[in-house]
Design a protein around this ligand. Structure first.
Ligand SMILES: [Zn+2]
Length: 328
């Protein structure tokens, strides 16, 4: 869907000077000149849009996506899950002041006991004014949106759905290590977002629900919070998520205005899109001002094709710039 939108934008650019409709030759020449100028202008604008606008590194974020994929699917209870969790905790110990691991068990509807782990990396933990960033680090055990029924039992690789959000938080931590923020910052990696059945509400948002019931302090109320989910799609188009607009509109305004100020209004679209069940809901229910930034229009969503080629350094850079600028 976002690919189609980009295509429309491209064709619109080429038809901006309708030379074919002109009758006088001088108008044709003028139109051709105008078209050339437009092409030149849009080319410069495009190049400028994709230059980093903060110290965030989209290239490093893409490397963090790749590392996670090397662990295999991060499905709770698997070896890949355990190793990826160890890696995230170890990486964050190198970047944050404090790392807290919340380990717990979850018994799913099938009666299996799953090992769960939230990882909370805290920067300036004594600071009372704080910002909370959240990403889920688990990946979905089944590809239930795959068009081929034979693919539906396969786990989702989770390059975009899982790894992109983790990579974003890690690359934000790289920036904050060099330039400490004014506020305290909490980077929360939640487990078990994508395990179960969203329609029935079973075995999903497991880590976010646990965190909402086990906050770092009883009076823990960040200034604002953002869940970053599926933000690496090469065809980036992020609409405002419905629950966020209804329940924390001032945070939506803050994030979309920051994106517009950076020149990213074409990617952070100022229109309300779908309402999505995601990790922000248990946090909102607990009284925290947290919104969901998610590009739900992702062609490989919950399929075996959610692979590294669907994720781009450019998209990670754009969203990373917004995430960093929000802290400055
Ligand atoms: Zn998912």
């Amino acid at each position: 869907m976002s690919g189609t939108r980009n295509g429309e934008r491209g064709s619109g650019r080429h038809t901006a000077a309708p030379a074919g409709h002109a009758s006088a030759s001088s108008f044709l020449v003028r139109s051709a000149g105008l078209a050339a100028m437009l092409v030149l202008f849009t080319t410069c604008e495009t190049a400028e849009s994709f230059a980093p606008k903060t110290a965030f590194s989209g290239a490093r974020a893409l490397e963090y996506v790749r590392t996670q994929l090397d662990f295999g699917p991060r499905v709770p209870g698997t070896e890949g899950h355990r190793r990826a969790g160890d890696w995230i905790a170890q990486q964050m110990r190198q970047r944050a002041d404090t790392v807290i691991e919340q380990r717990f068990s979850h018994v799913n509807t099938a009666g299996d006991t799953l090992p769960m782990r939230n990882i909370l990396a805290r920067i300036k933990p004594a600071e009372t004014q704080r910002v909370l960033y959240v990403a889920h680090w688990d990946t979905r055990p089944i590809s239930d949106r795959a068009s081929n029924p034979a693919d539906r039992a396969l786990p989702v690789p989770g390059a975009n759905d899982g790894a992109s959000g983790v990579a974003l938080l890690m690359a934000v931590a790289d920036v904050l290590k060099n330039t400490p923020p004014t506020w305290g910052v909490d980077l929360l990696f939640v487990d078990g977002e994508d395990y179960g059945d969203f329609t029935a509400g079973h075995d999903v948002l497991i880590g976010a629900k646990y965190f909402a019931q086990h906050l770092p302090a009883p009076d823990y109320r960040p200034l604002f919070g953002v869940v970053w989910d599926m933000i690496g799609d090469a065809n980036l188009g992020i609409y405002q998520e419905g629950h966020s607009v209804r329940r924390a509109p001032e945070i939506v305004s803050r994030v979309w205005q920051t994106a517009a100020d950076l020149g990213y209004a074409g990617f952070f679209v100022s229109r309300v899109g779908e309402s999505i069940t995601d990790d922000h809901l248990p946090l909102l229910d607990a009284g925290l001002r947290v919104i969901d930034v998610i590009d739900i229009e992702f062609s490989a969503h919950h399929t075996p094709f959610d692979t590294i080629d669907k994720v781009s350094e450019r998209s990670l850079q754009i969203v990373g710039d917004v995430a960093v600028r929000l802290l400055q």
